[in-house]
Each structure stands twice: as structure tokens, then as C-alpha cells.
Design a protein around this ligand. Structure first.
Ligand code: NDP
Length: 280
């Protein structure tokens, strides 16, 4: 089975690469943004004609949440036009598309975990383009899995965990918001879940949530990162109002994993357990 991975140099792309050798039955073809620019439909067609994939994992995205507020056209091009191009080329080549979306499609006003059929209401450009990307795929064909995830970190690329460790090496004290609640997701666990979906061969297409289990604030997440890595730092909890950002964040974005769990019997680790297993 041939699985084409777009955005291979990103966090998720590298995490898929990291676990690929565990699955000798799959032939994973990794395409960086220069191997395959998803905004270029002819480029998509050329690569699909050459590789003829059974599955395509779209790990490519515009992910700069705050920058998106000042460059909405670029975010739209990658997250919406790119997603549509992939859906169209997948439809043509009878390829199943696994596309990654985000908790930022929700406004965060709920007080209980978000289910797949809760009404999205993004509050920023990034979330809006990710939601529009989902809709663009749904408008093209039915053979898609859209997996919404949250707070992705890993030993690869840029993420909150690596930023915290870098800042701690430069400063004696740090302030982190403690009134935004969500769940960290180890990109390696997300990569494993995507492979499980492919190997299940269930064709239970649709939208699914995936993150690690449990919930915490960014402050709790930072505290755990420092404890695990034995970093001594004066860490202070602060409200969101003390850390204004160009894009508004959802105050609560815990995702309900019942659907993915029951459909594919994916065992999901608690976020703290998974963080402990992340080696730098
Ligand atoms: P990264 O930002 O680490 O990686 C994104 C990758 O997409 C980069 O390697 C980038 O390539 C590539 N890319 C950008 N534009 C194009 C293009 N036109 N054609 C092909 N590739 C392109 O993202 P993550 O791995 O963190 O995110 C994976 C998915 O998870 C995304 O869909 C994201 O929206 C979603 N998500 C992420 C969260 C997070 O906290 N990071 C939270 C929730 C959801 P290059 O390096 O060359 O620029």
C-alpha cells in the first residue's frame, strides 16, 4: 500500500517518518514542500501520476496562527486551495485523503469536550482557513478522513515544548497563561493514529478528533515540561489578558475522542505519560 505524505519536513511529517520503519507493509513516500507544492494543482497531478498512492496524508499546512492575521491570502492559499487541490487529485486517482485540522475551528466557549458535530465558529484567520479547508474537501468527494487535533508538540520542528526549553535556557523566570484549557498532542501519537486508521481498512470516512487524553492549561503544560526535563525556573501563571496575541485563542478546546476510539480502537495515551516518553 502506497501512502503519500505532504509537508514531510513539518512536525507531523517528521513524526510519520520516525515511525515509518515500524510498518514495513506500507510504502510511505515523503514529499517536502519543494517535492510537492500543494497549492499547485499541476504539481499535485504530476506527483500523483508518478506515485499512484492508495492514501495521501496531508501534513502540509500554514500553521503560523498569529501571522495569519496579517497574511490571510497566504493562509487561504495553503489551507484552503491546497486542501481542495489534494481532494481533487485524490478523487481522480481513487486515493483516500487523510487531512489534519484543528481545535481552532471552535470558539472555545463550551465547557465540556468538543464533539465532531459541534458547530464550528473560528475566531481567527488560521481557524477560519482550516475550517474552509475542511469544507473544500467535503465539497469535492467523500473518501476523506478529517482529523482535528490540538496543541501539537514533538521532538521535531517548532512547538511549545521546544520554545519553553529554549526560553528557560535564556531566562531565570517565565510567565505562562493558565486560563486557556486544552490537551497537548504528541505528533508521534498522532502519526500512529493516522497509520492505525489506514491499516484498519474500515472506510469509515468523516471527521474525527484526536489528541492525547486529559486536559491542562499552557501553564500546567510548561510546568510538566520543566519537571520532566529537570529544569529549574521561576514559572508564574498569568491570565490571557496579560499576554495579548494578534489571534484570539479558544479559552477551552478539549476534544472528545469517543468516536475515533470506538471506530478504530485506538489506545490514546494521557498527555503527561506521552510527554515523559518524548526524547529530545
Ligand atoms: P508544521 O508547521 O510543523 O509543518 C507544516 C509543513 O507544511 C511544513 O513542513 C511546510 O513546509 C509545509 N508546507 C507549507 N506550505 C506548503 C505547500 N504549499 N505545499 C506543501 N507543503 C507546504 O505543522 P505541524 O506538523 O505542526 O501541523 C500538522 C497539521 O496539524 C496541520 O494541518 C496543522 O494545521 C494541524 N494542527 C497543528 C497544531 C499545532 O499545534 N502545530 C494544532 C492543531 C492542528 P516548509 O517547511 O517548507 O515551509
Amino acid at each position: 500500500m502506497v501512502v503519500l505524505v505532504t509537508g514531510a519536513n513539518g512536525q507531523l511529517g517528521q513524526s510519520l517518518h520516525y515511525i515509518a520503519t515500524n510498518y514495513p507493509e506500507l510504502h510511505l513516500v515523503f514529499c517536502s514542500s519543494s517535492d510537492l507544492d500543494i497549492t499547485d494543482s499541476e504539481h499535485c497531478e504530476t506527483v500523483f501520476s508518478k506515485t499512484n498512492p492508495d492514501y495521501c496524508i496531508n501534513a502540509a499546512a500554514y500553521t503560523a496562527v498569529d501571522k495569519a492575521e496579517s497574511e490571510p491570502e497566504k493562509a487561504h492559499l495553503i489551507n484552503v486551495v491546497g486542501a481542495r487541490n489534494l481532494a481533487e487529485v485524490c478523487q481522480k486517482h481513487n486515493t483516500v485523503l487523510l487531512h489534519i485540522s484543528t481545535d481552532f475551528v471552535f470558539d472555545g466557549d463550551k465547557k465540556t469536550p468538543y464533539k465532531e458535530d459541534d458547530i464550528p465558529n473560528p475566531t481567527g484567520v488560521y481557524g477560519q482557513t482550516k475550517l474552509d479547508g475542511e469544507k473544500a474537501i467535503e465539497a469535492v468527494f467523500e473518501k476523506y478522513y478529517i482529523i482535528r487535533t490540538s496543541w501539537v508538540y514533538s521532538q521535531f520542528g517548532n512547538n511549545f515544548m521546544k520554545t519553553m526549553l529554549r526560553l528557560a535556557s535564556e531566562r531565570d523566570a517565565l510567565s505562562v497563561v493558565n486560563d486557556q484549557i486544552g490537551t497537548p498532542t504528541n505528533a508521534v501519537d498522532l502519526a500512529g493514529a493516522l497509520i492505525s486508521i489506514i491499516l484498519s481498512n474500515k472506510n469509515a470516512f468523516g471527521i474525527y478528533n484526536f489528541s492525547n487524553e486529559g486536559q491542562c492549561s499552557w501553564y500546567d503544560f510548561a510546568k510538566e515540561i520543566f519537571e520532566i526535563n529537570k529544569v529549574k525556573i521561576d514559572l508564574k501563571p498569568i491570565p490571557t489578558t496579560s499576554y495579548p496575541t494578534p489571534a484570539k485563542r479558544p479559552p477551552y478546546s478539549v476534544l472528545d475522542k469517543t468516536k475515533i476510539n470506538s471506530t478504530f480502537e485506538i489506545e490514546i495515551k494521557n498527555w503527561e505519560e506521552s510527554l515523559k516518553m518524548t526524547s529530545l
